[in-house]
Design a protein around this ligand. Structure first.
Ligand SMILES: [Zn+2]
Length: 281
């Protein structure tokens, strides 16, 4: 029994119990299911989607603190709630804010990835992370955790790319990625239908209307980034489908893994170059 258990694994694609020596999964046909590239910490999955969601929130908070510490004397300590504890523009530029200034003048294309992890003030990060936490859990339930990572990462990149095309000079924030999650939920609610689908669709549409009004009233909101993120989420939802139609598989895990590795590399590069510039620049 013990021997048998040690030589069994869960297929990284269909999650069925199979022998480690199988050249192909007998259930779904995945080749070499025991190879490291297909069966590792990432593809074996998270016991609880909260683990990854918390890690993403922690990265955002860590970068926010670093952006304040990088240039402490220039960080705003004004008591105005919208600018309280705001990092300086220089810190944000160094850490990878995006827009026409960083991309056209400094050829920093990688900022399309890093900008989604930077925030301009304590309220900015608080509202974005509260929305992210709630929507990420909903998306993980209906699409699975890995597709959530794809909507969040690609929604953010595409949203910032759209705002770059529209000529926005300098922009940051997790809201383009959060809008990717919003778009995926809009598609899900509309496509699934039924009482649950319709209710969800209505609820999420309410968020979109709120975002739109908020974007018109408050200056400095990147409406292009929001719109691009929502559109990207809808299209990706349509392309990747949700759990009820297509269970999460090895392809989703691989694509999400590539997004995670790319994001971590870009953030490590942003932090390294920003700290070196502050110390020696
Ligand atoms: Zn399988």
């Amino acid at each position: 029994m013990a021997q048998h258990q040690r030589q069994s694994i869960l297929c990284p694609n269909c999650r069925k119990l199979i022998s480690i020596s199988e050249p192909h999964c007998p259930y779904c046909g995945t080749a070499r299911p025991a190879s490291f590239w297909k069966n590792n910490i990432w593809t074996r999955g998270f016991n609880n989607p909260y683990q990854l969601i918390k890690a993403i929130i922690a990265i955002n908070i860590g970068l926010y603190i670093l952006s304040l510490l990088l240039n402490p004397t220039a960080s705003s300590l004004s008591m105005h709630p919208l600018t309280f504890l705001s990092p300086s523009d220089t810190s944000l530029l160094l850490l990878g804010a995006t827009g026409t200034i960083p991309i056209d003048r400094f050829h920093r294309w990688w900022t399309l990835i890093s900008a989604g992890y930077l925030h301009g003030g304590i309220l900015h990060i608080f509202f974005n992370m509260a929305a992210f936490r709630q929507l990420a859990l909903l998306v993980s339930r209906e699409y699975g955790l890995y597709r959530m990572v794809l909507f969040y990462t690609l929604g953010s990149i595409i949203g910032f790319w759209v705002s770059y095309i529209a000529g926005v000079p300098l922009t940051i924030g997790a809201s383009a990625g959060v809008c990717g999650l919003v778009g995926a939920l809009l598609y899900y609610g509309k496509s699934r239908g039924g009482v649950y689908g319709r209710t969800l669709y209505k609820q999420i549409s309410g968020w979109v209307v709120f975002l739109f009004i908020f974007g018109l009233l408050v200056p400095g909101i990147n409406n292009w980034g929001h719109g691009g993120g929502i559109l990207a989420g809808i299209i990706l939802g349509l392309l990747l489908e949700y759990q009820e139609r297509k269970k999460e598989n090895l392809l989703h895990k691989g694509l999400a893994g590539a997004c995670a590795v790319l994001t971590l590399l870009v953030l490590a590069w942003a932090i390294l170059t920003a700290v070196i510039y502050r110390l020696f620049g």
